[in-house]
Design a protein. Structure first.
Length: 403
């Protein structure tokens, strides 16, 4: 099988996904095109340099609809001969774009691809596409649907995680993200967002709250307790599915859950021939990819079984992995991953995660692959695993290996 290598990875800073966020006036199309132009310039991509652009975004309506990938190619300086494919695997869309591109290369369908994703959560609201699993009673009842926040609280209840543990993880994420920025660990991958006059709009993740303490978080109200216990009473739905639970321990709130932000990320992937043709040196090999379906009610436990699957498929063990990126959708997701594999927390999300910097749904999977690669290089380590939980009960993972 042909090897698929990562030649470059870049992302925009993440802006607050609100009307007062720095990127609120920037569309998904503009943000995508700007990042693609940067990838073209950074790597000297001319003509039909890549086979395709595979671009993830979750809420594919309004300005994020209509095959945004192809629109982004046409809005950018890339050659119009490059097509575009928009994909949606919820929170793993950016990772699935990278994995799909790698699989295409490994199978001989082209020498090079651009892959990644975007989400402007401050402009196109999460859930505004009307997902069937949430709004169609025939499916919602069959799957015992509950919102993701309730799912995160079910994980905490099922596996014994406390509010104090979740808050401590959140504070550590803030500290690590602040340190990473202070030490310039993201410098090689950040592409500042500029306006049409070339003036910088945003050059740093703006969601972070580096001074956050556990005392601060302790004052916050649990975000999902009311919808769980009172209206519409999702706790009762959960306990129908899991009758061994006599209550749901609501530990999550805005401070220990991922932030709503705007952002984009891109990865340049190719085989050896692609690198030689474009004068590029590979940074890492995509060693394995995996995806899996899981229980749709607890929903967010996917990183555990998909990690078991990708390790089994690749003949590896957890001890073969030097560093981990586990998307911080909610604190309990990362706590469960570390509990399941007895992983040293010092090797997980070394530079903070989505609790501190935010989770632009369609981009995050590509973001954490790039962050993982940068950190492997910084620490002179070899192998890393990135993984995300996914709505409706799925998991995705990628193992990369420096070359």
């Amino acid at each position: 099988m042909t090897d698929a290598f990562i030649y470059d990875a870049a992302r925009t800073p993440r802006g607050k996904g609100r009307k007062d966020g720095s990127l609120h006036e920037v569309t998904s199309l503009t943000l995508s095109a700007g990042l693609l132009n940067a990838m073209k310039e950074r790597n000297g991509l001319e003509g039909h340099a890549v086979e395709d652009l595979i671009w993830g975004n979750v809420t594919q309506v309004k300005e994020q609809g209509g095959c945004l990938a192809r629109s982004a190619v046409l809005a950018s300086d890339l050659d119009e001969s490059i097509p575009g494919l928009s994909i949606n695997r919820f929170c793993a869309s950016g990772m699935e774009a990278v994995n799909l591109a790698a699989n295409q290369i490994q199978g001989g369908a082209g020498n090079g691809y651009l892959a990644g994703g975007v989400e402007m959560m401050g402009r196109v609201a999460m859930g505004s596409d009307g997902a069937a699993i949430a709004v169609d009673p025939s499916l919602a009842m069959k799957s015992y649907f509950v919102p993701q926040g309730i799912s995160a609280d079910i994980i905490a209840t099922e596996y014994g995680f406390t509010r104090e543990e979740a808050d401590a993880l959140a504070v550590e994420s803030q500290k690590r993200a602040a340190k990473a920025w202070e030490e310039g660990r993201f410098d090689k991958s950040i592409v500042p967002v500029k306006d049409q006059n070339g003036l910088t709009i945003l050059d740093r993740d703006e969601y972070m709250r580096p001074g956050t303490t556990t005392e601060d978080l302790g004052k916050l109200k649990a975000s999902f307790q009311e919808m769980g216990e009172i209206m519409p009473g999702f706790d009762k739905v959960a306990m129908l599915k899991y009758p061994h639970l006599d209550h749901i321990n609501h530990i999550h709130h805005a401070g220990n859950s991922s932030g709503i932000v705007d952002g984009a990320a891109a990865v340049l992937i190719g085989n050896e021939e692609f690198g030689k043709a474009n004068g590029l040196t590979p940074r890492a090999r995509i060693r394995a990819t995996a995806k899996i379906g899981t229980d749709p009610t607890i929903m967010l436990t996917g990183p555990v079984p998909v990690t078991e699957k990708i390790l089994s498929d690749s003949g590896m063990s957890i001890g073969d992995i030097d560093l981990f990126e586990v998307n911080e959708a909610f604190a309990s997701v990362v706590l469960r991953f570390m509990q399941a594999f007895q992983v040293d927390p010092a090797r997980v999300n070394v530079n903070g995660g989505s609790i501190a910097m935010g989770h632009p749904l369609g981009a995050t999977g590509a973001i954490i692959i790039g962050t993982l690669l940068d950190e492997l290089e910084r620490q002179d380590k070899t192998t890393g695993l990135a993984t995300l939980c996914i709505a409706s009960g799925m998991g995705a993972a990628t193992i990369i290996e420096r070359v």
